[in-house]
Write a protein that binds this ligand. Structure first.
Ligand SMILES: Cc1ncc(COP(=O)(O)O)c(C=O)c1O
Length: 447
């Protein structure tokens, strides 16, 4: 099998012009300072290579939509155009379609949240809610506390607003409250302004762990004591493999938590419909900020989601998603047991899309990635999920999209790649980064 040609970012090189010279952006001096934090995420750079059919991609976090009832959705779309076309194809309010906001309140009730539809703001995916929250709260230099690792899309938005991310550690029970306390105290001593804690309590992306229920009140109490808001990002909360639903942080502290939700993982990611539930005062600013960004979230998509919720068995659909993902999680965990070399450790998620793997000392997963892709398997290096360059021994493995057989094959290939890496490390003490032009094994005199 020929090696897939790697994009420059994976070969460790700069973008090249047609004759190999470095191409310089002629607009470089014109950009606002905040664009310095806007760099292509490792995930984006990976996309084109990892999506080739010969590569088993354990990298992307795309939901599996195979179980969707497409025919009846097509009929719903036709009905929507025929009966409500004039409204559905028109601008709407920045706040979101009222009937959908009422239904969102019912969805959140499953997690113990009691809310008023007026406090729900519909957004273009929860990604936009995240970006808007950072936009309304963060001045350059403000601190955001986030788990280590954290969601790459959130880190991207935070960087764009020039906020400083301070990471706090997690263990198998999620965010460690003592670490949170220490981080807040250290920031206060340093005279920094902490704006909020950004947390993904359930089936974490990328770590795969869930915040223990008994830790939740403590996390809320610490944040309240330090005057710090909590941003609870919960796109996977209804995807617990044992039908378990954890109580939302927002349920216990309506005044200090902004809750972000999404239809991307429980219905269809391409519709880009998410929401924020915010304390009353914050809601006003959120609406104004989203209005200035998009005027309004897409009316058509909101009405389609609304009709789907009222006419389809959406809870049954979530149940079938859970079953699909549980089977894939099992395939991945079984294959990891079978193929990973000694010294590797990984999390065992009970919901969501991701496993977080820690390789033995000395392995650099970012440097190893080109070699993995040559062996036709892709993952995301742990550094993508840290604002501080940490995570080089870790990787995120997604089990949401490939079939169980492809997952097993991908993990088998990955096991081989790691085994080779460890043998090189044992022999030479290091693994040479790949040279431009493609991955190479280190030669004994340079390794
Ligand atoms: C933790 C987390 N938050 C937010 C998002 C954004 O989701 P969306 O914008 O599709 O609602 C994702 C997507 O993968 C995610 O994993």
């Amino acid at each position: 099998m020929e090696s897939p040609e790697l994009p420059p970012v994976l070969r460790g090189g700069q973008p090249q012009g047609p004759r190999g010279q470095r191409s310089l952006d002629p607009h470089l001096d014109r950009y606002a300072e905040r664009t310095a934090g806007m760099t292509a995420s490792e995930i984006r750079a990976l996309f084109s290579v990892a999506s080739r059919p010969e590569v088993v991609s354990l990298a992307g976090g795309m939901p599996n939509l195979a179980a969707l009832p497409l025919e009846s959705l097509a009929a719903e779309v036709a009905r929507l155009v025929a009966t409500e076309g004039q409204t559905a194809l028109q601008y709407g309010s920045a706040h979101g379609v009222p009937e959908l906001r009422e239904q969102i309140v019912e969805v959140m009730a499953l997690e113990g949240i009691s809310a008023h539809p007026d406090d729900v703001v519909v957004t273009v995916g929860s990604q936009m809610a995240l970006d808007t929250v950072a936009r309304i709260f963060c001045d350059p230099g403000d601190v955001i506390i986030a788990e280590a690792p954290s969601y790459v899309g959130a880190l991207g938005s935070f960087a764009a607003y020039q906020a400083e991310v301070v990471h706090v550690s997690m263990d198998d029970e999620g965010l460690v409250p003592d670490d949170l306390r220490q981080a807040l105290e250290a920031a206060e001593r340093a005279g920094k302004r902490v704006k909020f804690l950004y947390t993904i309590p359930n089936f974490h992306n990328p770590a795969g762990v869930t915040l223990a229920v008994r830790r939740r009140a403590e996390v809320l109490e610490i944040c309240a004591r330090h005057g710090v808001l909590v941003i609870e990002d919960n796109p996977y909360g209804l995807l617990g493999f044992d039908n378990q639903i954890y109580p939302a942080l927002r349920a216990d502290d309506p005044d200090n938590v902004i809750y972000l939700g999404s239809f991307s993982k429980i219905f269809a990611s391409g519709l880009r419909v998410g929401w924020a539930l915010a304390p009353h005062a914050v809601r006003e600013k959120l609406v104004l900020a989203s209005e200035s960004a998009t005027l309004c979230p897409p009316t058509f998509n909101q009405l389609l989601v609304s009709r789907y919720l009222s006419t389809h068995d959406w809870k049954g659909q979530i149940k079938s998603y859970r079953e699909v993902y549980r089977e894939r999680r099992d395939a991945m965990l079984g294959a990891l047991e079978q193929h990973m070399p000694a010294g590797c450790q990984w999390t065992r998620p009970d919901g969501g899309f991701y496993v977080w793997l820690t390789a033995p000392e000395g392995v650099d997963t970012k440097a190893m990635l080109p070699r993995a892709i040559t062996k036709r398997v892709a993952y995301v290096s742990g550094t993508a999920f840290h604002a501080n360059g940490f995570g080089s021994r870790q990787m995120r493995l997604s089990f949401c999209y490939p079939t169980p057989d492809r997952i097993r094959e991908g993990v088998r290939r990955l096991g081989g790649v790691l085994q080779d890496e460890l043998e090189l490390l044992n022999t030479f003490g290091t693994v040479r980064p790949p040279a431009l032009g493609g991955p190479q094994a280190p030669s004994p005199d340079t390794a």
